[in-house]
Design a protein around this ligand. Structure first.
Ligand SMILES: [Zn+2]
Length: 351
């Protein structure tokens, strides 16, 4: 058993806007894996970013990630979200769309699903989503450009990026995770950090990171490096937990969005945009997604009920969780930025 002696460092400025002013928010235990200790979070007075302070020191961050951390699947293990999301409604819909877009067989789906597929197959991008499970912001230009996924986990998205025509690279701070992703995708997955890795400037057309930004101990420097690694006109796509989601208003400190001690920094959307502007990005496309709302609310309820240190459990969300997720989905559709995940696409100017 690993013995935890965790060291902490005090931050004198917000890692997003560099304001020295902040207010205590809460002190939390690790609900997910029960890493020993409690972890303090503050809210920045300048940009409302929630960040860990004092935070786990760089040298000890590794101790926050038990070997069963959920991105670590054994090499060759079945991807949890396969190309057809078997058994889920999204899988059925993708099958139905492909029936019309690609002429593939779909005998086992309902007449209603077939009808929906026939309609949706007309929407630009729907066929690509149906084929690869990758939505438009990650689409390849068809010119064989290079893309980089930071933190590819088990490699599901990296594999799809490769399928749709990118020359896809991965980067992971964890050697075991990098080896897993490389074995699962056949792509070159390097071990290291954004600030340390040795790709040349202007090498990539797309950099993608999902649920990585909030783990970065050097957020500003990492975003600066992303900007330099992109070619002119290239884009950065980041997805991370929304510190101002609707779910948090219900689950409060039990929200899975905080995930102490692994989550170090959670900027509201505007704060993240300002940070990206300050390193040179100019054009932005933003939205939030309610796709995780039911699952997140389920976990928050379990934490509140005292279930801690047991990792994620593969149970279905309750009726209440699903009703809540539907409500959040409707609000997001009407433009309220309250989904559980923030999704930002940021473009590097052409010159
Ligand atoms: Zn700030």
């Amino acid at each position: 058993m690993l013995k935890y002696i965790m060291r902490f460092e005090q931050l004198d400025r917000c890692p997003v806007c560099e304001s020295p002013e902040h207010a205590a928010k809460f002190t939390l235990p690790d609900y997910l894996y029960a890493v020993p200790g409690t972890f303090e979070y503050v809210t920045c007075a300048g940009c409302a970013t929630v960040y860990q302070n004092p935070r786990v020191a760089l040298e000890d961050l590794e101790q926050c990630y038990p070997s069963n951390y959920f991105t670590h699947f054994a090499p060759g293990a079945a991807a949890p979200d396969g190309p057809h999301d078997a058994g889920r409604w999204t899988g059925t819909l993708r099958k139905a769309i492909r029936r019309y877009a690609d002429g593939t067989s779909a005998d086992d789906i309902s007449a209603f699903a077939k009808f929906s597929g026939a309609i949706l197959a007309w929407i630009p991008g729907a066929a690509r989503w149906a084929r690869y499970g990758v939505r438009d912001p990650l689409a390849a230009s068809g010119n064989g450009g290079r893309c980089l996924e930071v933190g590819p986990g088990a490699g599901n998205t990296l594999r799809r990026l490769h399928w749709i025509g990118w020359e896809a690279f991965g980067l992971d701070v964890d050697a075991a995770a990098a080896a897993t992703a490389q074995a699962a995708t056949g792509c070159d997955v390097k071990v290291g950090t954004l600030t340390g890795v040795d790709f040349p400037d202007g090498y990539f057309e797309l950099i993608f990171m999902s649920h990585v930004l909030e783990h970065l101990p050097d957020l500003r420097a990492s975003m600066e490096r992303c900007f330099r690694l992109l070619e002119p006109g290239g884009r950065l796509v980041v997805v991370y937990p929304n510190p101002e989601s609707l779910g948090i208003r219900g689950t409060q400190q039990f929200s899975v969005n905080w995930d102490p001690p692994r989550h170090l920094v959670l900027p509201p959307m505007n704060a993240a945009i300002n940070l990206l502007k300050s390193v040179g990005f100019q054009d932005f496309e933003t939205r939030t997604s309610a796709g995780s709302a039911a699952g997140y609310r389920k976990i928050g309820r379990q934490y509140r009920a005292g279930r801690t240190g047991k990792g994620f459990e593969n149970t279905k969300p309750s009726i209440g969780d699903r009703a809540f997720a539907l409500y959040e989905t409707v609000l997001v559709m009407f433009g309220a930025p309250v989904g559980e995940e923030i999704r930002i696409t940021a473009w590097k100017p052409m010159n």
